[in-house]
Design a protein around this ligand. Structure first.
Ligand code: ATP
Length: 252
């Protein structure tokens, strides 16, 4: 389908098209399309823009990734279809790894996601096939399968579009969790150390830009950014952003 750039919902339609294409090529499962719908609904009531709370979280996430010993970027089907280059660029910029982690795991799908990431410039992809021999304790879903040289050893894990159970289980393992989730009420948003309430398509390019900017700062400045960030408070700001956007429609 050709979407004219002048269409008022161009970006939203383009994103849907990328996911549908991803579904046809075996990257994205039907459940991923539904999950995107939930995200879109929240994006709508956020005014489809990156708010103040998301910008603060992006700065904290960039500082946390830059000060991590072993950062890992966890990739699922939707993120591989929407922002593969940005994910690979981020991993490279922070000296981290990219690991495939799926709720609906299958050999063929893992391989397709890995290939997409390779085509986007990754030189090594963790968590594929037998490599995912590690386990996250206390998790029943396929998302418990992790790579012993990736998420198992990581101190900081970026989990865009996550499910709450795994975010909580990763926290229990002592990892710092960065989430990207348009829903500030989700269990993931609440469980993470840093939650970026924004569309992954806007957040990832901004996060890469912030990493490039903060790279010039020294360790104590970056530590200060991380310790000065309060996720609970920031989520309250995100909810307020939604309510004040909705107030405009009420004529308040
Ligand atoms: P939780 O278990 O954390 O409560 P959930 O059950 O709502 O979450 P899923 O059904 O796995 O989680 O849905 C995925 C989440 O991803 C949703 O919260 C949705 O808002 C979010 N999401 C979907 N698409 C995007 C996107 N493009 N950018 C950011 N977030 C998104």
């Amino acid at each position: 389908m050709i979407i004219p750039r002048s269409h008022p919902r161009y970006l939203s339609l383009k994103t849907r098209e990328q996911l549908v294409k991803g579904n046809r090529s075996g990257l994205v499962v039907p459940e991923g399309l539904i999950a995107h719908g939930r995200g879109e609904a929240f994006d709508y009531i956020l005014g489809e823009k990156t708010g103040r709370s998301a910008k603060s979280a992006i700065t904290a996430a960039a500082a946390l990734l830059l000060t991590a010993r072993r950062p890992v970027i966890s990739v699922n089907g939707n993120t591989a279809a929407l922002v593969p280059r940005e994910l690979v660029e981020l991993a490279r910029a922070v000296g981290g790894d990219v690991e495939v982690n799926l709720f609906h795991r299958g050999r063929d799908r893992e391989m397709r996601i890995a290939k997409t990431l390779m085509r986007s410039g990754a030189s090594r992809i963790l968590g594929v096939g037998k490599e995912a021999s590690g386990r996250i304790p206390g998790l029943e879903s396929m998302r418990r399968k992790v790579d012993p040289s990736g998420i198992t050893k990581a101190d900081v894990v970026l989990v865009p579009l996550e499910d709450g159970d795994r975010a909580t289980a990763l926290r229990r393992m002592g990892k710092k969790v960065i989430a990207v989730d348009l829903n500030p009420l989700s269990r993931t948003a609440r469980a993470a150390n840093v939650t970026i309430v924004d569309n992954v398509t806007r957040a990832l390019p901004l996060l890469n830009r912030e990493v490039r900017r903060l790279k010039r700062h020294n360790r104590s400045r970056l530590d200060g950014i991380v310790s000065g960030f309060n996720n609970e408070k920031n989520l309250v700001t995100a909810v307020k952003e939604i309510t004040s956007y909705l107030d405009k429609w009420n004529g308040v």
